[in-house]
Design a protein around this ligand. Sequence first.
Ligand SMILES: [Zn+2]
Ligand SMILES: [Zn+2]
Ligand SMILES: [Zn+2]
Length: 473
Amino acid sequence: MAEQPEQQTREPLRIVVFSRRAGFADGLGTNLPSQQHAAYEELASTPESGARTGFVVDLESLPEPLELIRALRQHPEWRMQLIWTRGDAGPESRALTDGAFETVDNPGERIETCSGRLLTANGGQPARSQDDVLLTLLWSHPHMSLQPVRDWSAPELYRYPLLDVLLEEDTPEFWLRGLKQRRLVEGQELVDRVRLCPGCRHGHLSFVDVCPECDSLDIRTEPGLHCFSCGHVAPQRLFQDNGMLSCPNCHATLRHIGEDYDRPLENHVCGGCQHMFMEGRVLARCMACGQAHDPDALEALGVYRYRLSEAGRLVARTGDIGDLYGVFDEINYVSPEHFEFFFDWTLKLRERHEEIRFGLILLHLNGLARVIDTLGHGRGAALVDSFAERVKALVRTTDLVTRTADDRIWLLLPQTSADGVDVLAGRLSRLMEDSVEGTALDRLGRVYHESSIGMSEAEDAAAVMARLVSRSQ
Ligand SMILES: [Zn+2]
Ligand SMILES: [Zn+2]
Ligand SMILES: [Zn+2]
């Protein structure tokens, strides 16, 4: 926010170099003040703040440069700073850093821009969650992305080193899935496609051919015969009978190839059930959980390099604004489970008493992030407060309110005619516009509503609510 302490922006720009080569920092040719350390521990013992610092890591002279880079990216004071490298960077280092130092024209300007963004990111608040840290980092480092690295030991065969170092809770796979589901990141480049066990989501699969009849692993190639008189197909050894060939099924004697018998196309035989076949069935066996699956049943996962989406950039700037919705929890609030329970109960009551009329209203405050972004956290929060006050004035004591997925607020209006629902929804919709009047925004969100007349008998509460949610997307 604008009222950030001034001295922070006055702190001098500087370069901190890690190298064991004497005079390495001087040889970088930058006009910024710089200091050189031979090891991470030397930096850890300095009292200076990490703000407005750019790091350069000399990959070639340090014993464990990757460990050092990881330590920087994990340290609360330095993790958000630019880290450039000198020398040959492997995929893991590249995924954690801002690129090669020699490609940077003006390091001072880059540090300046990055620190400027760090000051305003997250609504000017310190990062509280791993999401906050990651989104802020990606937003303030335009050259960074979520870069996958191939790793045979990773459950999904690829890992995201940046997620690994910033991870505080869950697993990296679960974290990434959450980011994708909330559309905070978007695929920038498809790197690979892997197949995962649908049972445990591991990518370590062993493909085996098995007997199509009995799934036995014990199959081999063997010549077979095909008896013309009964059509039986079996391994040749089962036809051999004292130097003659006779069918084990119909006992016909087979003398002339082409007349009594021929060689079948099937040349695989199962050691378990003696079945002959042309091609075995392929099974994918999961080396993690042991389940066997048809290859078609495996889960295909596109491995992407991800960047911040438009929604992700917005959240990086405004921070997590979920707590702002709390003001709505003071209006006749019931938990979502209770809300659904009462709603279901009302739907059932209507089956017996046709005269019962009620309504459901959904307030989708999807404009709130823009409001915070445009007006700042303080003014934005005040605007939401006054909106909630005015909603409260419109809600009767018998109406129920709940909140799901942060930005969706639900009102259940018992004993309300279809016209009554229309009228209230209209008022709420106008309120959505009025509350942002005088700002550059057009509305705080949208209102969706439905009277019980539109709800069919086949629907339960969850179905009606899902229908309104899909309209709001
Ligand atoms: Zn036969
Ligand atoms: Zn078999
Ligand atoms: Zn598995």
